[in-house]
Write a protein that binds this ligand. Structure first.
Ligand SMILES: [Zn+2]
Length: 406
């Protein structure tokens, strides 16, 4: 049985580490706060009888032994790092739900056949060392270990040095752990579950994502003297492109999501016509073929505007993650657990990327979503209810136990 109050108290304790004035959390990867949160997790896991292993990029595995010493573990977890102005539940929930599963099994005196590992993935957020889901991607050998270890933050500090400094440079070789299955619980980070009053989502997959950095080149000029028809205004071109990209999103059904989230204007002076504008595009869709057509449409739309206005244009792809389909048996295990527990549950896609998306290529993987207030995440105001967190964790306990005994 899940202990709702214990689960909530653990969240509130963890949220004190890096707490921000507006009720959020700042725990950047490999910072002092990350170290303190890892130490607290390790202490709790050891108190719950787990054995700790740490791999070479700092991913932590806390094992509750099973009756079959040779069996590969069922793994569950998420991350403890946050955005600079993050919330109390993004990531921490997946870790603490895993801990609650172990504590509940201890309470019941139950031994599963396969071991259960709680994992804390290093640097999921990617806001300090620039690559998202770094620890799980390195574990899955999607990104190179040396590239991770030699990554530098904006202050020039090396990932490997920072990992060493906080005491989490482990010796376990990357990816040497075979898993029987992987389950991750996470807040939805969107509004669907809350809007529909459903406490649990069985995540069937995650959207594909294509990102670009777009450079629009025009010509600087005097804001007072250059007539309107003689201008090559790079920002005006970029603005028209942003509107056109929005139009591309509405052309496809179901709609992809397209975001222009970062804009840099040069020289960024109030009385000079902008000579160069750089902006980012983040586009996502659950279907790779559609996302590929969206990409073609986005390129065409920007090219037409640039040609029409006599502007230079470069569209550099900066990342591409294919859509992920989670393992049918794992998704079904989540649905079955919810049905057996009489907890309402619906199938859904993940709009965000998660560690589970990286692990999905290695081992059968499933995810469980719970609602978050107003769908708000990556925000200090991020919130969730003790009841919903407990419902998701009860489903996790059920699914993990079933997989470990199968
Ligand atoms: Zn997260």
């Amino acid at each position: 049985m899940i202990d709702k109050d214990r689960l909530w108290q653990s969240h509130m304790e963890m949220a004190k580490i890096g707490a921000t004035p507006r009720g959020g959390v700042c725990r950047l990867a490999l910072s002092d706060e990350d170290k303190v949160s890892r130490d607290l997790f390790v202490k709790w896991a050891e108190e719950a009888g787990c054995t700790i292993s740490i791999d070479t990029v700092g991913n932590i595995f806390a094992r509750r032994a099973g009756s079959d010493a040779d069996a590969a573990p069922v793994v569950t977890g998420s991350h403890l790092d946050t955005q600079p102005l993050g919330g109390r539940f993004d990531g921490a929930y997946g870790v603490l739900a895993g801990l609650e599963v172990v504590r509940a099994l201890n309470d019941a005196g139950t031994t599963t056949k396969a071991p259960i590992d709680i994992v804390v993935w290093t640097d999921e957020e990617g806001c300090r060392f620039t690559t998202k889901t770094m620890g799980s991607a390195a574990f899955a050998k999607i990104i190179d270990e040396d590239a991770v270890l030699n990554g530098v933050d904006p202050d020039g500090l090396r990932f490997a040095d920072e990992l060493e400094r906080i005491g989490y440079a482990g010796t376990m070789p990357l990816g040497s752990l075979a898993m029987k299955a992987y389950f991750e619980t996470h807040i939805e980070q969107g509004p669907i579950l809350e809007d529909e009053g459903i406490p649990v989502g069985a995540v069937v997959g995650a959207q594909g994502q294509r990102c670009f950095e777009v450079t629009v080149t025009g010509e600087e000029g005097h804001a007072g003297t250059l007539p309107m028809n003689a201008r090559k205004d790079s920002y005006l071109g970029a603005a028209k492109m942003a509107v056109a990209l929005n139009g591309v999103a509405f052309k496809h059904e179901p709609h992809p999501v397209i975001t222009v989230g970062h804009v840099r204007v040069r020289p960024n002076s109030r009385n000079t016509i902008p000579g160069e504008t750089v902006f980012t595009i983040d586009s996502r869709h659950p279907d790779d073929d559609t996302l590929s057509r969206v990409k073609d449409d986005m390129i065409r739309a920007c090219e037409e505007i640039a040609a029409d206005m006599g502007l230079g244009l470069e569209m550099k792809p900066t990342s591409h993650s294919p859509a992920v389909t989670f393992d049918a048996a794992c998704v079904d295990a989540v649905r079955t657990a919810a049905r057996d527990l009489q907890i309402p549950c619906r199938d859904m896609f993940s709009g965000a990327g998660h560690d589970a998306c990286k692990v999905a290529g290695l081992t059968p993987t499933g995810m469980i979503f719970v609602p978050c207030k107003d769908g708000i995440s990556h925000n200090e105001l991020e919130d969730a209810t003790p009841d919903d967190l407990a419902a998701g964790t009860a489903v996790l306990l059920h699914a993990v136990t079933a997989a470990a005994n199968a």
